[in-house]
Write a protein that binds this ligand. Structure first.
Ligand code: SAM
Length: 294
């Protein structure tokens, strides 16, 4: 059965959840429809009432704000659901951009979907797409990878898991971690074309484009950049994925196990990280090769 959606074309806004995108920097980046709906809802669920307070006072939006963030979501979600079931109109916004995109809201939306509570999304800015379209890299196929883990070992594992994805990659990053992340990207993904988009829609907006090696060299010479950052990395170059044929995998596994004396487990972990293939698949292949060579 199709889920119900809300309608706000009438002067009276219908009941339901309104997922509303808000600016990622420039306060004027908000749609007329978003302002109209925010002006009519009964409550606004937002991450930080102080941050959203700037928006609501700029646009004279009177609705009551309900804090809804990672630390209180389990407690507040039932209250929001109860309000929606009573026929209230509730807006969901985040500190910036599109709610649910590296921001709270997924569980609320998922519950509304499963309970057939009417909802709609009022689209608008998101740093991910703004950076992607400015990057100069292909936009026909892309993967949003969100934030990478803060520690290098986990970050490299996460990167190796998506290494073979044939699409432009979009990452959220912070200034203090940018250089380490770019270095790990170069080590695991290879020297692909990339872009660093910083402070989008704000006064000091900047986009740097170049191979990962060049970006690493530039950021090494400077202090950690300030502000908010998106990193865009090109897809694997044609032929790179095919280089990891069965023969190439076998050759490297044998080399690691025989010449380097690695265990089946270590050799398969090494080859999985290098090739981007699944650890379990490489491990199965390593077991077979090890058996054959006994
Ligand atoms: N929901 C937001 C969206 O739709 O883009 C993302 C929220 S996430 C918690 C915050 C991250 O988004 C930042 O660390 C940064 O990576 C990215 N970001 C947000 N605003 C940005 C901006 N103006 N310029 C560059 N990156 C931005």
């Amino acid at each position: 059965m199709a889920h119900k959606t809300t309608s706000d074309t009438d002067s009276d806004l219908s009941a339901g959840l309104y997922i509303i995108a808000t600016p990622i920097g420039n306060i004027e980046d908000i749609t007329l429809r978003a302002l109209s709906v925010l002006g009519k809802v009964d409550a606004i669920a937002c991450e930080d009432t102080r941050v959203s307070g700037k928006l609501t006072s700029y646009y004279d939006i009177p609705a009551q704000k309900v804090p809804y963030h990672d630390h209180n979501a389990d407690e507040i979600r039932p209250r929001l659901i109860a309000m929606l079931k009573e026929g209230k109109r509730v807006a969901l916004i985040s500190d910036a951009g599109m709610p649910l995109i590296s921001d709270p809201g997924y569980k609320l939306v998922s519950q509304c979907a499963s309970e057939n509570i009417p909802m709609t999304c009022i689209p608008g800015p998101t740093a991910s797409l703004t950076a992607l379209v400015l990057s100069g890299l292909p936009t026909d196929k892309f993967m949003f990878a969100g934030f990478l883990p803060p520690k290098s070992a986990a970050r490299r594992t996460a990167l190796s898991e998506i290494k073979a994805v044939p699409a432009t990659l979009v990452f959220y990053e912070t200034g203090p971690r940018l250089l380490d992340s770019l270095q790990d990207m170069q080590a695991v993904l290879g020297d692909r074309p990339a872009a660093v988009a910083r402070e989008l829609t704000k006064k000091f907006e900047e986009v740097r484009r170049g191979p990962l090696s060049e970006l690493v060299a530039r950021y090494k010479e400077e202090e950690d950049p300030r502000g908010e950052i998106v990193v865009i990395v090109g897809a694997p170059v044609a032929g790179q994925a095919e280089d990891w044929t069965e023969q190439a995998i076998d050759k490297l596994l044998l080399e690691m196990m025989e010449a380097k004396n690695m265990s089946v487990k270590d050799a398969s972990a090494f080859v999985a990280a290098k090739s981007g293939l699944k650890k379990r698949d490489v491990y199965q292949r390593a077991l077979i090769l090890n058996q054959k060579n006994r």
